[in-house]
Design a protein around this ligand. Structure first.
Ligand SMILES: Nc1ncnc2c1ncn2[C@@H]1O[C@H](COP(=O)(O)OP(=O)(O)OP(=O)(O)O)[C@@H](O)[C@H]1O
Ligand SMILES: [Mg+2]
Length: 282
């Protein structure tokens, strides 16, 4: 298994002295989808900016494909890695949707024709076709968020870092984006590191989850391991997914012997059907 990122940061402080990351060590394996969870201010955005080479003043090392990211040029970094910012207004800068999404591929040296094709495909993938000529400032928050994601997709990088990509999307848009990101990861093999507050989608999307606690490692493991214990998770200022809370309470407060705590609707459906079938002849 190829390691894409090797992160070992003993400290990172902002110029005003705020200590944002400390004692953090993990690896990202090629092709995995890693979730970064954690309370407000726990260091998710800081970590993604470090992994994109934007913030450099850390003590320790951050390697991308075996090379210290501080030693790479921006061009070397963005030929492999793209970052979706948490706030779309920090990312969008051109006047129209087309210009914004086309900026990346043009800068990477793709022809006008190839760029046009890439922009078209990317806008379709985020369900924003037909918005090419719209001015950025006339878009809604969720539409801006989609354009930011399209800007990355148009570049076709192998590693995507995304800061709250689902925030601000309507419920169906969130579900469709979730499915799209999952297919990009599972079918196209894009490596993903995604910061999110959404614990309900975490078990649907992430292979592993890193929980940050005041800039340090809180928990690291598969969703099934991380979302084991109601109290442990609340101690990290998170909560269990709603389905997980239901099954945890059925097991622990009512002693119903489900073999595991389901975290998703599908897992829960199977556990309930199995349990009913074993007690009654349904
Ligand atoms: N430019 C900055 N200068 C000084 N301190 C900062 C700066 N940006 C962030 N911080 C501080 O660094 C810490 C981590 O912030 P960060 O934005 O990484 O958290 P986060 O987990 O992304 O939070 P949220 O869930 O609200 O997006 C916080 O204490 C924050 O106040
Ligand atoms: Mg953030």
């Amino acid at each position: 298994m190829k390691v894409r990122y090797r992160v070992n940061i003993s400290r990172f402080s902002y110029p005003d002295g705020t200590l944002a990351i400390k004692e953090l060590e993990f690896e990202i394996i090629s092709g995995e989808c890693m979730g970064i969870l954690g309370a407000n201010g726990s260091g998710k955005t800081t970590l993604l900016k470090i992994m994109d080479g934007i913030l450099k003043g850390y003590r320790g090392y951050v390697e991308l494909d075996g090379e210290e990211i501080r030693d790479l040029t921006p061009r070397q970094i963005y030929s492999k890695v793209g970052l979706v910012f948490q706030d779309p207004d920090d990312q969008l800068f051109a006047s129209t949707v087309y210009e914004d999404v086309a900026f990346g591929p043009l800068n990477m040296g793709f022809s006008e024709w190839e760029t046009r094709e890439r922009v078209k495909r990317a806008l379709k993938d985020v369900e924003m076709e037909g918005f090419e000529e719209r001015r950025i400032e006339t878009l809604s928050y969720g539409q801006k968020k989609r354009v930011c994601i399209a800007g990355l997709l148009a570049m076709g990088q192998e590693v995507l870092l995304m800061d709250e990509p689902l925030a601000g999307l309507d419920p169906l848009g969130e579900l469709r984006m979730l499915r799209f990101l999952r297919s990009l990861n599972r079918e196209k093999g894009v490596t993903m590191v995604i910061a999110s507050h959404n614990v309900d989608i975490a078990p649907l999307l992430f292979d592993r989850v890193l929980v940050l606690n005041k800039g340090s490692m809180g928990l690291l493991g598969r969703p099934q391991e991380v979302f084991q214990d109601l109290f442990g998770v609340e101690g990290l200022r998170l909560r269990l997914p709603y389905i997980g809370e239901l099954f945890w309470k059925l097991k622990n407060l009512h002693n119903i012997p489900f073999p595991s705590v389901a975290l998703t609707v599908e897992q829960g459906r199977h556990l309930i059907v199995e349990a009913l079938r074993s007690t009654k002849d349904i």
